[in-house]
Ligand binder design. Sequence first.
Ligand SMILES: Nc1ncnc2c1ncn2[C@@H]1O[C@H](COP(=O)(O)OP(=O)(O)O)[C@@H](O)[C@H]1O
Ligand SMILES: [Mg+2]
Length: 216
Amino acid sequence: MSLRTWPRLVTLEGGEGAGKSTVLAALRGAFEAAGIQAVYTREPGGTPLAEQIRGLMLDTQHEPATDETELLLAFAARAQHVRATVLPALQRGAWVVSDRFTDASYAYQGAGRGGDAAFIAELERRVVGIRPALTLLLDVPVDVGLARMRGRGAADRIESERNEFFERVRQGYRDRAAAEPARFEVIDAAQPAEAVAAQAVARLRALIAATAEGAA
Ligand SMILES: Nc1ncnc2c1ncn2[C@@H]1O[C@H](COP(=O)(O)OP(=O)(O)O)[C@@H](O)[C@H]1O
Ligand SMILES: [Mg+2]
């Protein structure tokens, strides 16, 4: 299987507290105002089975998952998500917005945990097979993102990591954006939420304008 880019697949990436959920709500508003049907989903998760796998990944109750276990759980969840949720929506012509996608594995299981990027790329080709046309990377200093997360309840297994881990994740995301500038829009997510949302929506509108909806 080779990688196919889907023009109506948009992903949101960034660290903890970067503002992904906040931007997703703004994108939803833009789609609804334009009368365009879209599916809003997230990773890990996005189907009942994949949400169960998410629970396994983030649970702090059982013994710690090894790095290899975490990587394969992430791709097991993604395999299900792609086939059960993302592709059916794209194939019927809907847009799909996913709060995190494969870039998150390069950043977290790759740059963060030290996983082999070539192996992740192999999994991407053989298990996922699709790429978004647009990835909005919400880039924020680690301490700013973590401060926004405070008061959100008990930290899950990944949220409990040390700052060095989150710094590697942030750099991993920035390296991916630098390598693929046409696909990525890097947004300074330390700005006020309104400014972040405005940049995200403007970039989405440009993508919509480049598709059939924009021409119609
Ligand atoms: N640009 C921003 N400036 C300040 N606070 C923000 C901004 N974006 C989001 N927030 C707040 O920070 C917290 C985390 O945002 P959220 O969208 O849930 O992040 P994520 O989904 O990336 O973890 C929320 O309380 C949200 O209201
Ligand atoms: Mg969120």
